[in-house]
Write a protein that binds this ligand. Structure first.
Ligand SMILES: CCCCCCCCCCCCCCCC(=O)SCCNC(=O)CCNC(=O)[C@H](O)C(C)(C)COP(=O)(O)OP(=O)(O)OC[C@H]1O[C@@H](n2cnc3c(N)ncnc32)[C@H](O)[C@@H]1OP(=O)(O)O
Length: 221
């Protein structure tokens, strides 16, 4: 089993993740509709009231700021509310970590108008988000889950919206707890044409540092 495969889940955990993903999918559809709509003002105001109702419905036992959700595997595993990969996040495209290809981690996703920078193209910050995440997975795959301490991007061509994208990353060098990582964004149709290229430095905190940073982490070793 690859370290990227989720461990087998109990039925209750599976059901919870399925429900979270169902809500996430509909919220993403709502966000996309909201940023594209040409509906009249009165419809927008009606939708705002409905949104307030939904917010009230969901504001039940909210988790604490640093609490790891019970549906997650942290570090190095499934994150249901990640703004990049989270099936439950309305912010996430969501990006799917699909294969580990010749030492590289590969993620796929399609950006919508909600992720727009220049009209018709992805926001540069969203490209950074995708790369940072997949580069983090590459570190986990290489056995050292870590945090980004430096991220440099080269935007070569605009990233077209509503087009399947392929984000790749691989660890190129390791020095103790520091990993140098290379990443790219291309379309799945033209994987050799690099749209955005990234070089990053990730640092895997020592157990005492990890305990201080993530108090809900049980066994950082
Ligand atoms: C087991 C639990 C693990 C948990 C870990 C999992 C996290 C799983 C995140 C999941 C989600 C992913 C999402 C994407 C990844 C983010 O988005 S992470 C969020 C963004 N990043 C951050 O917030 C990090 C902020 N930075 C920090 O808090 C601190 O820099 C850190 C990471 C705790 C390190 O602190 P520090 O140990 O005081 O740092 P420092 O000694 O200055 O540097 C550490 C080492 O890096 C080297 N270094 C520093 N800068 C550079 C550089 N530019 N170039 C090369 N080397 C450098 C230093 O020389 C040093 O090397 P050594 O002396 O150890 O050999």
């Amino acid at each position: 089993m690859s370290p990227l495969d989720p461990p087998s889940a109990t039925d209750a955990l599976h059901d919870r993740r399925t429900a979270i993903a169902a809500l996430g999918a509909d919220l993403r559809a709502l966000v996309e509709a909201a940023v594209r709509t040409g509906a009249p003002d009165e419809v927008l105001l009606l939708a705002a009231k409905e949104a307030q109702h939904l917010t009230a419905l969901l504001t039940v036992r909210p988790r604490g700021r640093a609490e790891v959700p019970e549906v997650d595997v942290f570090p190095g595993g499934i994150r249901m509310y990640s703004p990049v990969t989270g099936a439950g996040s309305p912010l996430a495209p969501p990006l799917q970590i699909e294969t580990v290809d010749d030492g590289a981690v590969v993620g796929t996703c399609t950006l919508g108008v909600a992720h727009e920078g220049p009209p018709g193209y992805g926001h540069g910050g969203v490209s950074a988000l995708l790369l940072d995440e997949v580069m983090g997975w590459a570190c986990s795959y290489a056995g050292q889950p870590g945090m980004t301490i430096e991220l440099n991007l080269s935007y070569k061509r605009p990233v077209v919206l509503e087009t399947p994208l392929r984000v790749t990353a691989r660890v190129t060098e390791r020095h103790g707890r520091t990993n140098l990582v290379h990443g790219t964004i291309a379309t799945t149709a033209a994987p050799r044409t690099v749209l955005v290229e990234a070089e990053a430095v990730f640092f895997a905190p020592a157990p005492d540092q990890a305990r201080a940073l993530f108090p809900s982490l049980r066994d950082p070793a």
